[in-house]
Design a binder for this molecule. Sequence first.
Ligand code: BGC
Length: 513
Amino acid sequence: MAGGGFVSEAGRSADYAGSITAFVVVTCVVAAMGGLIFGYDIGISGGVTSMEQFLGKFFPSVYRKMMDETARESEYCKFDSELLTLFTSSLYVAALIASFFASAVTRAFGRKMSMFFGGTVFLLGSILNGAAINIEMLIIGRLLLGVGVGFANQSVPVYLSEMAPAKIRGALNIGFQMAITIGILFANLVNYGTAQIKGGWGWRISLGLAAVPAIMMTVGSVFLPDTPNSILERGHTDKAKQMLRKIRGTDDVDEEFQDLVDASEAAKKVDHPWKNILEPRYRPQLIICTLIPFFQQLTGINVIMFYAPVLFKTLGFGDNASLMSAVITGVVNVLATFVSIFTVDKFGRRILFLEGGAQMFICQIAIGALIGLTFGVSGEGTITKGQADLVLFLICTYVAAFAWSWGPLGWLVPSEICPLEIRSAGQAINVSVNMLFTFFVAQVFLAMLCHLKFGLFFFFAFFVFIMTIFVFFFIPETKNMPIEEMNRVWKAHWFWKKYIPDDAVNIGHQDDV
Ligand code: BGC
């Protein structure tokens, strides 16, 4: 590594020259728009699938069951239908598969190309959905949306982490999660509005409006520059350096640039990121990139995000109250994300993970107990206004905890812990595991609610407990550490250090660990 005195090595982390330029902030805001398309999807389907006209048209059997008070066993099973959940979850299967293709595109053609492609396919999907006249059009549209999401989620977090200077990497990366939460809220509001439309075609607007974030991302990506890391990865050294100067707002970028070059050279020596990531020295990244998305989904957050209106209806809230409650949780989700933006680079990732985990656990136990006491195992019973308010309050407190912990960190941590040579592979694993379990939760939730009843909340609480212990022991603090120097973190960790060979810690500078 050029420059860099030995004495200051360990503390040099956030000390590259250059400031936070307007250019980098604007670029990141535009890139974060990729999160909107994902969020919009998450938020839209729950409301649409609770709209009677939509159900009547595409899922007549669910509709009949919902309307026929005598036909169902209990309140818990009101909406249980595999076809209905398939509508929601098909998107995530497509995203899962697409993220592997996205990984190759992101590596070979750059991050912005993946964003552009993702936005375009997503646009097609939204048009097909808004115009759907049969279930096939609906599902094919959902699959295209999924491909778009797969590409966006693969490229945007990596893009943000590479563009950002180390000291505000967390905050900028969380721009992605912020966009997700805004997308969800926007979708909740749209559903609230379109449900009031007479004539029963409001769902078309709900589904078709996905075109708005799609256009924003597609057009935005045309104007975005690629990251220096990615330009270098594709062999354009001078261009990469120019770009780094531009985004850091100074000519004095030699030190940081040399680190990028070292990282890129190390990356070139390896044959293939997929074979690579299986090597023992990448064990921490492999395990963390697999477990973080798994745990993120096993918090149960998407039970609320997808099915809040359905869940509130199940609990006996009226139609409008259900959609309104979804809007309330959506607002809490957005606001609480700010907490993480302002704290993540100051207090670090671990404290947010641990506090968020504890808060979610308490809320889930309380919600499970309250619903259990109200509806019992039989699922018969009615909820009083006071109890309903309490459930809503607890759900909001739970959503807030997720929004400043596992929500943003589930995307931030995997995108920043992988060295360049395995970055696209690590991110593809992250996205695909995330999508797999998003699919899983979406697909089985209604059946689980029907069978596990209020125990469902205890089920998720159990996982929250496990993941909090996992964070405590196995997730090192990564705040302020330059992305291409992350190996020092593993080397200093009580458990992971045994996997890291000495030569992995910035060749030539082993002495500073
Ligand atoms: C998760 C989504 C979730 C959203 C809620 C994201 O980080 O990946 O599954 O719906 O947060 O805000």
